[in-house]
Design a protein. Structure first.
Length: 125
């Protein structure tokens, strides 16, 4: 099996660091972005196997990022996991239009995130 690539987008440096470290230690290739536009450009260029994005980011929100990826034929099949502030909820219409398969509330357990990543990638295969 080839190495899976995961794009992690979050404007909080410590979250990028923790998530990236956990994913790299699990054998994934990790790309990082600190705003929605940087994440969009990376996703279009690199075509990751999965996107993990924060909802609240500069330039483009995580939802806008996922909607743009879903609308582009070259990236439409990339699944996404959304990191959100506790208690924040997306409507089913928003998740259907964006490829967001799971939502994880902050603060989260890195172990829980890795389990979710593995499940999403397994189901996407």
């Amino acid at each position: 099996m080839s190495e899976k690539t995961i794009l992690v987008a979050d404007d909080e440096t410590h979250i990028l660091h923790v998530v990236s470290l956990k994913l790299r230690n699990a054998g994934y290739r990790v790309l990082t972005a600190q705003d929605g536009m940087e994440a969009l450009e990376l996703a279009l260029h690199e075509r990751p196997d999965l996107v993990i994005t924060d909802y609240h980011m500069p330039q483009l929100s995580g939802l806008e990022l996922c909607q743009k990826l879903k609308a582009d034929p070259t990236t439409t099949g990339i699944p996404a996991i959304m990191l959100t502030a506790r208690g924040y909820h997306l409507e089913p219409h928003d998740t259907e239009q964006s490829g967001i398969l799971r939502m994880i509330s902050k603060p989260f357990s890195p172990r829980q995130l890795l389990t979710t990543v593995n499940e999403v990638l397994l189901n996407a295969a």
